[in-house]
Design a protein around this ligand. Structure first.
Ligand SMILES: [Fe+2]
Length: 285
């Protein structure tokens, strides 16, 4: 029994394709997708259409991530007061324009956590962030894990969202995070995914780190004008593709702190571009 596990594609359809190619000849029996199909890269329709096609071919267990929830909330819709803040809101607006009615209907039907069972093997609890919250990170050694895991019946927890590979046993639970397909923080610009091998009543993870043509992705980001629509956000994306390890969240947090220091207040998404520039240069260089 071989289960392919993928998380956090963030609309990087080129990275997704590299993962799917690597599964050819590996006798995959089912797929698990842990959420965040859309996000930082061009043409999210391409990622979603691959997902819809795959679902018709093979059993797929598919969860919703926080990125899908942002589009369900419609925060990328017209709000002219936010026009001066493209680095904060531009990518969400781009995603809003590229999310079809059928995609929204699809997102609404997705669960946020699930118990998955295969005959003769331990049951899996799958989630995006944590079993109790889509946006909660599971970080090895975090004292709150004991409380999170106490509510979980299954011995195996599969999670994503942090964009970092995890293989840990804590408080009786085996926690496996495949890292991120599209935007890894510890993958040196490679696409990360995992195959769970089920054998003799146990699961054994195989972590894959797959190089792919990131320059082609950057070219597509340019032709789709992401650098104009979400300038510093997109520069952070590019730095991750080139092997960087500083997330959008880290740069955004610094920008918000600088905004508060310099203007006395910071209401998301109202961060001036000059402050984004300063935060980007501090954090990325
Ligand atoms: Fe996420």
């Amino acid at each position: 029994m071989n289960i392919a596990v993928l998380s956090d594609i963030h609309s990087n359809h080129t990275a997704l394709e590299a993962c799917l190619d690597s599964f050819k000849n590996k006798e995959i029996d089912a797929y698990i997708f842990l959420g965040d199909y859309i996000g930082e890269f061009p043409c999210p329709e391409r990622t979603l259409d691959k997902l819809y096609a795959l679902q018709k071919e093979i059993p797929c267990y598919i969860l919703r991530g926080n990125k899908e929830e942002y589009q369900m909330r419609g925060i990328g819709g017209e709000n002219p007061a936010w026009d001066p803040y493209p680095s904060t809101i531009g990518m969400i607006r781009y995603g809003f324009r590229h999310t079809r009615e059928t995609d929204l209907t699809y997102f609404e039907k997705l669960p946020t956590t699930m118990r998955v069972e295969f005959e003769g093997l331990p049951a899996l609890r799958i989630c995006h962030g944590s079993p109790r919250a889509v946006r909660e990170d599971i970080i090895p050694g975090n004292p709150v894990n004991e409380e999170i895991f106490a509510e979980v019946e299954e011995d195996y927890i599969l999670c994503g969202h942090t964009h970092r590979v995890v293989r840990e046993k804590e408080h009786g639970k085996t926690v496996l995070n495949p890292g991120s397909v599209g935007l890894s923080l510890d993958g040196s610009g490679c696409a990360q995914c995992m195959i769970l091998h089920g054998k003799d009543g146990a699961w054994e993870p195989e972590y894959l780190s797959i190089p792919y043509d990131t320059s082609k992705v950057i070219e597509e980001m340019k032709s789709e004008k992401l650098y104009e629509q979400a300038p510093y956000w997109t520069k952070v994306t590019e730095s991750l593709l080139k092997g960087g390890d500083r997330s959008h969240g880290v740069v955004l947090s610094r920008a918000m702190a600088l905004c508060e220091e310099q203007t006395g207040v910071c209401n998301w998404p109202e961060i001036p571009e000059s402050i984004w520039k300063q935060a980007y240069e501090e954090v990325i260089f």
